[in-house]
Unconditional design. Structure first.
Lengths: 398, 361
């Protein structure tokens, strides 16, 4: 009998402008419409502007001859090749700088990060000063310093600085000894393939055995990954009539060095700047990671009789890695993105090559799309790989 | 011991060089260029008005809030004192003395007068717009003939880009962060796409895009100054990073805060505005200031698209016939300026963190 009140309340429909379900749909529709309208307006402006300038959009120009030369390349390229190939040269240069830079910066960062926690007061202060100075000044300024202030000012070829006997540093770059294949190299290739396959087979077999045994294998079995393929490769080396690889030393002949590997001044300055800059950031990441491992872990390890290096390698690092990996990933991505500053010191990376192509063709939209697309691919791939690695590390938990 | 010997080996020649061998004439001669680029001489008084106003507001904050604002005021005062002592033009040094006096006078004036607080806050709010109007001028304003932004240069341009870029990026970043946390799929996916897109590309390409593509997107009759284009690019780029910072703070808010606000009868917008955002933003102040400092360093990249910021000015002075080869002096000077500003910002942010008690409650 008291019931009538409730149904009447239910029957009064909620007005449309207060119904949450309607509001949700409505607001999204409005949002999408606004975004589409703004986008359409911008696109129409762009079409009108391009038409006024008499430019045709499209990627056909990639097939035209580029007619400019690129000083450094990993694949054969000549000025008569296409714009598409020029882009590829730039992409490969960027990838190479990123990979070498990431490897070296990791080493520098780990060394400096550990040094910041060293029991030796002076080593700690030097590492701290390095981090403080490098992290608080712009990368571009550092690159200018390394290129215009250091590398360009290096001595002439005749007065090269010799390091470790066979490394030479002068105005024209850094000369390194480098292995080059000899005529027997082709005969050695099958052995290299066999070594790779053996390594993979070993990995499968060990995994299988471990599953059967249901307990971890002794750690030194892991050495097999290294020893077995190395053995096969060495066997091939011994069987060949003469060595398949010969080390080519840089030698001063006449006005220039011949032989060896030449790292150009631009690449040398770029890598130095990137490694030193990113190294300082990685050092902080590593320090934070190590400090995140509780002190009692070190004490327990010491109580078990481990030596300091063993404590670091077996106890601290595996645990610190979990804290380190996510920020480390973003530092790697930063390094890859910062490699665009190569344009400021004349190293032909993707951005620099694209700039030249834009100046020649005026294809603003296409060039920007290609650059942004390439960097997005690099960024997303790196973060995907690091996420996989991160998951593997995290799985070690109980 | 070995390490001590190494430090001695490095420090001794460095100090000898700084005080006896270096020829600092290149810096002294070009000091105006370093500070303000091509900014016209007859308009410099407007920059001074801006600095005096900053000193006034800062001194008053020091007086009103004491402890909390003291670090900033002290840093500002120290910088001013440094400029008084350095051997630059007499006019500039007298002005810095005036700035110092203004700072201290404002502090004494405002001390223990809590009633002035709203006025001081108003001062901070109008500081940036006022400085921009003073610097840029406008045709319809008396005494303030317009100065095209492309004439700004040196440290003036560097600081303007940093401060304007950050100030505009923060509200945009907050909106993006809220959008990313929204339960509406259309808005959420748009915000995620925006943030990831901008965070995935290098700043240089963003600046390149701002310089080349922005004019294409606008109607033909609108012409945008190169500096303004770069500011738009920096703002859009920085907003994505600020959004991720703010999102960190939003995620740190316990559910109870939302529920309590609902229980009090606040709707979604009011909850966000008065309960969640003030707390979340306070939590992420260190992260926001970190972004501020990295944008300060990143403004050097505008040199690549041809804007005469502090770095590019330094590079061009090296091409002057009188100072060819003075690499060490110019780079040492630039390193010191950038480093000093970064350190000042990060020291101030640490103090602010302590004063606000972030993370300690």
């Amino acid at each position: 009998m008291a019931a009538p009140a409730a149904p009447s309340l239910l029957r009064t429909a909620i007005p449309l402008w207060r119904d949450l379900r309607v509001l949700r749909v409505f607001s999204q529709v409005v949002f999408v419409v606004v975004v589409v309208l703004v986008g359409a307006r911008l696109y129409a402006n762009m079409r009108a502007n391009l038409e006024r300038q008499g430019l045709v959009t499209g990627y056909d120009f990639l097939g035209n001859p580029a007619s400019f030369d690129i000083g450094e390349r990993l694949i054969p390229y000549a000025a008569s090749d296409t714009y598409g190939r020029a882009f590829l040269v730039g992409v490969l240069n960027t990838v190479m700088v990123s990979i070498i830079g990431i490897a070296l910066a990791t080493v520098a960062g780990v060394v400096m990060g550990v040094a910041r926690l060293s029991p030796n007061w002076l080593i700690r202060q030097i590492a701290a000063a390095y981090v403080l100075l490098i992290r608080n000044t712009p990368l571009l300024l550092q690159l200018f310093f390394w290129y215009f202030g250091v590398v360009i000012q290096l001595p002439k070829v005749k007065q090269s600085i010799a390091l470790l006997g066979s490394l030479f540093l002068n105005q024209r770059g850094l000369y390194l000894p480098w292995p080059v294949p000899t005529e027997t190299f082709d005969g050695w290739k099958p052995y290299l393939m066999a070594a790779l396959i053996a390594s993979f087979a070993l990995w499968l077999a060990l995994n299988l055995i471990q599953k059967r045994l249901d307990r971890p294998l002794p750690a030194w079995w892991g050495l097999g990954y290294l020893l077995v393929p190395a053995g096969i490769a060495a066997l091939g080396w011994a069987l060949a009539p003469n060595a398949p690889l010969a080390v080519d030393f840089p030698v001063l002949k006449g006005l220039n060095f011949k032989g060896g590997l030449r790292v150009t001044p631009e690449l040398f300055a770029l890598l130095t700047g990137l490694v030193i800059y990113t190294g300082a950031f990685i050092a902080e990441v590593v320090r934070a990671g190590i400090q995140a491992v509780s002190k009692s872990q070190t004490e327990a390890a010491r109580a078990l009789g481990l030596k300091p290096m063993q404590i670091l390698r077996l106890v601290i690092f595996p645990q610190a890695l979990r804290v380190i990996i996510p920020p480390l990933t973003s530092q790697y991505l930063n390094l890859a993105k910062n490699s665009t500053l190569a344009v400021a010191i004349g190293y032909p990376d993707l951005y620099s090559v694209s700039g030249t192509i834009f100046n020649q063709t005026g294809k603003a939209v296409e060039v920007v799309t290609i650059i942004m697309g390439s960097y997005l691919v690099v960024s997303l791939t790196t973060s995907l790989l690091m996420n996989i690695y991160n998951k593997r590390m995290a799985l070690v938990e109980r | 011991m070995l390490a001590a010997w190494l430090v001695y080996l490095i420090l001794r020649p460095a100090l000898t060089w700084v005080f006896t061998q270096a020829e600092w004439q290149v810096i002294v001669t070009n000091f105006r260029l370093f500070m303000r680029g091509q900014y016209p001489d007859e308009a410099v008084w407007r920059l001074w008005v801006g600095i005096y106003f900053l000193a006034l507001v800062m001194g008053m904050s020091w007086g009103v809030w004491g402890q909390a604002a003291r670090t900033f005021a002290a840093l500002f005062g120290a910088a001013a004192l440094l400029f008084v002592l350095l051997p630059f033009s007499l006019n500039a040094r007298l002005n810095w003395v005036g700035v110092l006096i203004t700072l201290v006078a404002a502090m004494l004036l405002a001390r223990n007068r809590a009633a002035l607080k709203p006025w001081v806050i108003l001062g901070w709010v109008i500081l940036l717009p006022l400085t921009i109007v003073l610097t840029a001028g406008a045709a319809w304003l008396p005494f303030l003939s317009p100065v095209a932004p492309r004439l700004w240069g040196g440290l003036l341009l560097t600081l303007m880009l940093t401060i304007i870029g950050n100030t505009l990026a923060l509200p945009l970043g907050i909106l993006l962060a809220l959008g990313r946390r929204s339960s509406l799929p259309a808005i959420k996916s748009f915000c995620i796409g925006y943030i990831e897109l901008w965070r995935g590309v290098p700043l240089v390409t963003v600046l390149f895009m701002a310089q080349i593509m922005l004019p294409l997107f606008l109607p033909a009759e609108i012409r945008v100054d190169p500096v303004v284009r770069v500011i738009i690019g920096l703002t859009l780029f920085e907003a994505a990073y600020q959004a991720e910072n703010v999102r960190g703070g939003l995620q740190a808010m316990p559910r109870g805060q939302f529920e309590a606000a609902y229980a009090l009868g606040l709707n979604g917008v009011l909850t966000m505005l008065f309960i969640i955002l003030p707390q979340a933003l306070r939590l992420v102040i260190p992260a926001l200031l970190n972004s501020f400092i990295s944008l300060f360093k990143d403004t050097t990249l505008v040199a690549i698209v041809g804007l005469f910021d502090l770095l590019l000015i330094g590079k061009t002075t090296l091409a002057q016939p009188d100072f060819l080869g003075k690499y060490r002096e110019v780079y040492a000077f630039l390193f010191v300026v950038y480093w000093a500003f970064s350190m000042m910002f990060s020291y101030a942010s640490q103090r602010l963190e302590k004063t606000l008690g972030v993370g300690t409650r």
